[in-house]
Design a protein around this ligand. Sequence first.
Ligand SMILES: Nc1ncnc2c1ncn2[C@@H]1O[C@H](COP(=O)(O)OP(=O)(O)OP(=O)(O)O)[C@@H](O)[C@H]1O
Ligand SMILES: [Mg+2]
Length: 630
Amino acid sequence: MLFQDAPIRKKLMAIVLGTSGIVLLLTCASFLAYEVFTFRQAAVQQLSTLGEIIAANSTGVLAFENQEDATDILAALKADHHIVSACLYDRQGRLLARYPSGAPDGSFPASPGADGYHFEAGRLVGFAPVAQVKGHRLGTLYLESDMAALYDRLRLYGAIAALVVAGSSLAAYTLSRRLQHQISRPILALADAAKAVSDRRDYSVRARKFGEDELGLLTEAFNQMLGQIEEQNLALRKAYDDLRLTQQASMQQERLRALGQMASGVAHDINNAISPALLYIESLLGREPNLSARARTELTTIQRAIDDVGQTVSRLRAFYRQREPQLVLAPVDLNQMVDQVVELTRARWGDMARQHGLIVGMNLELEPDLPAIMGMENEIREALTNLIFNSIDAMPQGGAISWRTSLTDRPAPEKSGSRRLACVEISDMGVGMDEETRRRCLEPFFTTKGERGTGLGLAMVYGVVRRHDAEIEIESEHGAGTKIRLLFPLPAVPVRVPPPPEAAPLVPIPRRVLVVDDDPVLLKSLAETLQDDGHEIVSADGGQAAIDAFIAAKAAGRPFAAVITDLGMPHVDGRQVAAAVKAASPGTPVFMLTGWGQGMAAEGDIPPNVDRMLTKPPKLRQLREALASA
Ligand SMILES: Nc1ncnc2c1ncn2[C@@H]1O[C@H](COP(=O)(O)OP(=O)(O)OP(=O)(O)O)[C@@H](O)[C@H]1O
Ligand SMILES: [Mg+2]
């Protein structure tokens, strides 16, 4: 088709101009046809009237066959310059007089024809009877008129019609040019939107709506359709992202789990090994006022070193642990945490850095109205410490570290809308991370620091984040510094951080205590340390021995005030000891000492019959507190 591929604007113009042109032409044509028809009628009428007048005047000249007068009468026809020729025939049909007078015979019919007028070869010709009164025929008048008048008029009308067609076409063109916008604009807008969608796959495009007509409805329906596709697209992308994240998270979990199992086994052995040393030192430092200053310093150093080992072990396990359901979270003030961590690490970023000629600035911008969150202070403190160390490591030339706390909104998972989170943000001006590092930095043992790093720092941070139902956001670019945000959920009901308790010295009340552990060195150290506090200690080196001792003592009327037992022992373990003790004497408190401590709950292994868990290596203060509560 001719117009099939033409733009809609052209099509509309062609339709409007074509239609109006054809209508105009038809109008003009019928007008002209009517004009020709009426003109011919009028011409016949006119010529026959003229014929009648001439015929009436010619009766005399024909009756007497006066040729001269007849020629004079015909000469009057000169007044009508459309009359080409005329003649009078006598009764016998002979040519009597002619007009113009000098015209040759051949210009006239040889004899008169039938009365009446007719058109012939573009001319109007006719014969009229010349009759006396009472119908006596004297001769015939012949008249011939040209049609120049008609052609003149037709030419004029033609010119007018052409002008009208041209003028109205121009008007139609101008008008339709303006009016076709009404139709073409919404269609073009739709076409543009559709093209943008198909070119860029951008479903956020919307076509502009120009009115409430059918095109408006079409635009609206089109936009709605786009909206639905966009929503579905977003949902699809979100589902995909969620799936990817879940997959990543579960892979990470899997790694962490394997590693954690190994770590907790190692932790158990190391804890048992260092516990006696720690207890003896703590006890020595407390009991022996006569220690030399040097001995005291050395003991303190050993104590700190062992503490460090304990911390390393717990750090190893920190990223693996699940949150124990029974573990009570306490209100934590994140601002306070930042303050503490900045103070605790001052040696590293202040003095030590200065010794190496570095200046590390520390800027704090803390939101004063930040609500407290529910969490585990020690874990959060450790996580923030890791972050600060990483930032210091990332700035070998020195620089500034900024801390910021704030209340932030983030889209709520699953539900629509957003949720408020307490945010701690640390940013540095350090070397930043490349894409690969940024993606993998949370993985345990991923480090770019070679021998200097264990790669456990951020994995531990991640473990803490997970246990707090928090989120971690890492923004970093190679060479452009790093920004890490931890976002903690706010408790449904606002909480307050209680003031720190007064650390009143515990004065031990002497009690009779049964201590159980299969590790002889640990058992001995425990017993001796507690004896120094004035307690009467009975040691049992296994579960069965402990149960026997407990029952025997009760029978002898010298029951124990409390039992401290290890968990993991061969044959009869701590759980069985606790059960037996409670069966014999439900009121006697049982304290369980274990390196697994917090890890146990994760394995669904919370021992019943236990009053309090004590972690290994045991702290004298912890033991004293437990016994004081017995
Ligand atoms: N602030 C930071 N700027 C640049 N890179 C960082 C930053 N924090 C972490 N990284 C990168 O992420 C890696 C992993 O960090 P992570 O804290 O887990 O381990 P590490 O610091 O290497 O070792 P560790 O913390 O045990 O001493 C780092 O080796 C480093 O490449
Ligand atoms: Mg680190």
